[in-house]
Design a protein around this ligand. Sequence first.
Ligand SMILES: [Cu+2]
Length: 118
Amino acid sequence: MNRWIVASVALAALLVAASLAACREAEGVDFSAQVPDGAPQIDQHGLQFDPTSLTVSVGETVYITNSESALHRVEVDGEDISGNMERGDVVAYTFDAPGEYRLTCTYHPQQRATVTVE
Ligand SMILES: [Cu+2]
């Protein structure tokens, strides 16, 4: 093999590895978290977040749930953190830095919430 072919094969392998990693990341989400009593929680029903605004402390974990049959896919500041969430799924997400974070859903543009971390 000449160098160009070797480079092309290496690049293709890298791309495959990168896309596999992306898949695994989404599939690797743990949907089975239990919501501790009193923990901050955002549910999804009626194609909306509930509540639509929440304030937590730095380092606190927010439990995002889906109590309806519609699929949701939650993004924090545009980054997919959940993959597809089915009814009953729970995703735990920890906010490590202060700020105001925008929660959206890939599938429902009207679905928005704000988490303030202080
Ligand atoms: Cu949604």
